[in-house]
Ligand binder design. Structure first.
Ligand code: SAH
Length: 473
């Protein structure tokens, strides 16, 4: 095995069990046994290595990924571990077992493995009903491909396995883009698994072949479209509604499970408004910006919203959102689906003087890396200023940031600046965050990526609050 030796003093974050090692921290490579120097450039991407401190102490096992900024990602801090099939299966088994309470809560869409949060850097696994969708984003997880899918098949034998390893970020790791059904038979061949009678372990389901995306020159190749997984899955949330999920062509693994808790919060908020506010007898009006397949809107309607406006640039996502309303037997007359750039829509509505009881802002990541931190922050401030201007006094802004580089403290400051610009008095009613199956790694704060606030918009600057503006919390 190859050992990577770190520069003096660069072991600190690993001693704190942060799993990422950047190229600048690495001094050189050597053979673990003989201590002979090794050529770093010859170590293949995805190779399992040891990482040692400058004085030769074992720090962790990690996978090598020379083309990424993070050249090594730790998989174990225990020298006794063997990173084999049993190791992977145990990690996945433990991760899945932790989720049992969510099933009991009425959720059929669950993040089973949350990458660093479950000690598997670069691996996301979501289960939507009987479809498991995995996304592998690091060279290390790519190297463990067969272990991962074989373990998932053994742990969840009744589920179809789907792969969505087609995020552009894989290019940074020099990995091909791939998406489609995973055939457990392929894996059993790879492992030569046999049952008691010597037959290859095979699932009885008929799985038509896989759709693959080649990374060639950006070309995509369709081999055969699989029938086993429907184009839209409706996945129960909190026992209340069924959210549309598009595993094949949707974003990431098909849906955003991280917002489940905040969608439920929206449901409760709408109920409170409808039952306790004099102004909202017909149910609150809700503007759902960056709606994707309309999850927030469905829970708002279920909670008694009088009108929901879903705004997104994606026609595909809005169509799924339309289907969702029908599937849940909710009143399509109470929903609007608006295909538009949110910035543009907000500006138009501000100019028109429109007001809503609840405005939701759940934008995509505006901050990709440190170099666009400032412009990203500006983007957040702009939509929040506009969003606040659209909230009726006494109403709420539910605002989110899923940028890992945005801390909760910084986000609060941005919202405070936005309120100043919007000239409204505002208060934080509660903080919101990613749901509990998106576990946060203690040493890796980047895994606490989704931050949000429920903001109570009070009276405009320069005016006194009137009693009629008061709505209950
Ligand atoms: N709130 C959603 C998830 C939002 S994901 C949920 O709970 O499921 C972000 C969405 O923003 C995507 O659907 C994307 O199509 C949309 N989007 C990105 N930029 C946009 C823009 N400028 N205007 C409108 N929609 C945008």
């Amino acid at each position: 095995m190859i050992s990577f030796v770190l520069h003096q003093g660069r072991e600190k974050s690993l001693l704190r069990r942060h799993p990422w090692i950047f190229s600048k921290a690495v001094s050189h490579a050597q053979d673990s046994k003989t201590g002979q120097p090794a050529d770093m450039d010859k170590v293949k991407s995805g190779t399992l290595c040891k990482v040692v401190s400058s004085d030769g102490k074992f720090l962790c096992y990690a996978h090598w990924s020379p083309s990424s900024q993070i050249v090594l990602r730790a998989i174990s801090f225990n020298e006794e571990d063997r990173i084999d099939y049993d190791f992977v299966k145990e990690r996945l088994r433990a991760a899945i077992a932790r989720r049992a309470p969510l099933v009991a809560r009425g959720d059929h869409g669950i993040r089973l493995v949350a990458a660093e949060g479950d000690f598997m850097p670069g691996l996301i696994v979501d289960r939507f009903n009987n479809v498991i969708c995995a996304a592998l984003s690091s060279a290390g997880m790519e190297a463990l491909y067969e272990h991962i899918f074989r373990a998932l098949h053994e742990l969840e034998p009744d589920c179809y396995l789907y792969e969505r390893s087609d995020a552009k970020s894989r290019r940074k790791e020099n990995l091909p883009l791939r998406a489609g059904l995973v055939d457990p038979e392929d894996l059993s061949r790879a492992y030569n698994l046999r049952d008691g009678q010597g037959n290859a372990l095979k699932d009885s389901r008929q799985i038509s072949r896989v759709r693959r995306i080649d990374d060639g020159e950006g070309g995509s190749e369709f081999i055969e479209l699989d029938e086993a997984v429907p184009d839209t899955l409706f996945v129960q949330e909190r026992g209340l509604v069924h959210i549309p999920i598009d595993v094949k062509n949707g974003h990431k693994t098909g849906g955003y499970l991280d917002q489940r808790q905040s969608r439920y919060h929206t449901y409760e908020l709408c109920r409170t408004f409808k039952t306790m506010s004099e102004n909202c007898k017909k149910g609150p009006s809700v503007l759902n910006c960056f709606s994707y397949t309309g999850g927030f809107g469905l829970l708002a309607l279920k909670g008694g919203a009088g009108a929901v406006y879903n705004v997104d640039v994606s026609e595909h996502a809005l169509n799924a959102a339309r289907e969702g309303v029908v599937e849940n037997h909710l009143d399509p007359g109470r929903c609007k689906f608006i295909k538009k750039d949110v910035f543009e829509y907000l500006r138009e509505q501000v100019a028109a003087g429109t007001k809503f009881d609840i405005v939701i802002l759940d934008p995509p990541k505006f901050i990709e890396n440190r170099s666009n931190l400032n412009s990203g922050c500006r983007g957040y401030q702009d939509i929040n200023r506009l969003g606040m201007q659209l909230v009726r006094p006494g109403g709420r802004l539910l605002t989110f940031s899923c940028s890992g580089l945005m801390t909760e403290e910084l986000f609060q400051k941005i919202i405070a600046d936005a309120a100043l610009e919007a000239k409204v008095e505002a208060q934080i009613v509660t903080t919101l965050r990613q749901d509990i199956d998106h576990l946060v790694s203690l040493p890796c704060p980047e895994t606490f990526y989704l931050k949000g606030f429920e903001i109570l918009i009070n009276w405009p600057h320069g005016r006194s609050p009137g009693l009629r503006l008061q709505l209950p919390y």
